[in-house]
Design a protein around this ligand. Structure first.
Ligand code: IPE
Ligand code: IPE
Ligand code: MG
Length: 238
């Protein structure tokens, strides 16, 4: 889809699916002499701002990495803080209400606290009728965990060897309803995927930025989209 941001702008191709690794919250807080939890709450606010902007410019899917299967290694206090932020966010009835954004989650829900799981289901149900952008939160998500669980499902369903195709595997992943990400953005100066969308990122374009997630602006997102527009995606062709 083509979208004109400013009068003099050339129309640009808006990626249908943007995925963001929301990293750098802890360092953002540390720089300010604040506890890490302040960074997480600044990061959560930033998510809302960027999600609204994505919906406005016509992004169809936004997937954000909020908590990885490896993040359980962090101190209990930090994990509890993140879960509380998530509770507040999901309870906040102003979240995307009337903005036509569909809220969805990917990841293994079972180890999450029960009340959080119920809040997640409620917010999915409440946004069921939205026809705008799908905002997908990756919570207790790990790419390897996702593939492992897909293999377990395939075996438990007794699927025959000759029926195992790429499409079949894709259909057993949390992302079954979503296209692969076109553009994956990682702020905070780290150049790795950290187990995010392992299968789905096979042909994604990557954009790395030094800025810490809570400082990330809509201008930074525009820069990433401009860079995406300069890429030549060949998907193995010529
Ligand atoms: C990302 O920020 C948020 C989560 C992983 C939950 P970090 O907490 O990883 O921040 P840094 O990387 O330590 O700065
Ligand atoms: C990736 O960030 C996970 C999220 C942003 C939720 P991490 O901070 O956990 O990744 P590493 O440890 O730097 O690879
Ligand atoms: Mg980090």
């Amino acid at each position: 889809m083509f979208f004109k941001t400013k009068e003099n702008d050339v129309p640009r191709n808006i990626p249908g699916h943007i995925a963001i690794i929301m990293d750098g919250n802890g360092r953002w807080a540390k720089k300010r002499g604040l506890p890490r939890s302040f960074g997480h709450s600044a990061g959560a606010k930033k998510f809302k701002e960027i999600a609204r902007y994505c919906n406005k410019i016509g992004v169809k899917y936004l997937t954000v990495y909020a908590f990885s299967t490896e993040n359980w290694k962090r101190p209990k206090e930090e994990i509890d803080g993140i879960m509380n932020l998530l509770r507040d966010y999901l309870k906040d009835s102003t979240n995307f209400k009337g903005e036509n954004i569909k809220l969805r989650f990917i990841g293994d829900r079972a180890p999450l606290p029960e009340d959080v799981r119920i809040l997640m289901e409620n917010s999915e149900r409440e946004s069921d009728d939205a026809t705008g952008m799908t905002a997908c939160l990756a919570l207790n998500y790990g790419g390897r965990d996702e593939i492992t669980k897909a293999v377990q499902k395939i075996i438990s369903e007794g699927i025959n060897e000759q029926d195992i195709t790429e499409e079949l595997i894709s259909s057993k992943l949390y992302t079954v309803d979503y296209p692969d990400p076109d553009l994956i953005i990682r702020p905070s100066g780290e150049y790795r995927l950290s187990n995010f969308l392992t299968w789905q990122s096979a042909y994604s374009e990557f954009y790395f930025d030094k800025v810490l997630w809570p400082d990330f602006t809509t201008k930074d997102l525009d820069r990433a989209i401009d860079e995406f527009n300069r890429r030549n995606r060949r998907f193995g062709g010529v």
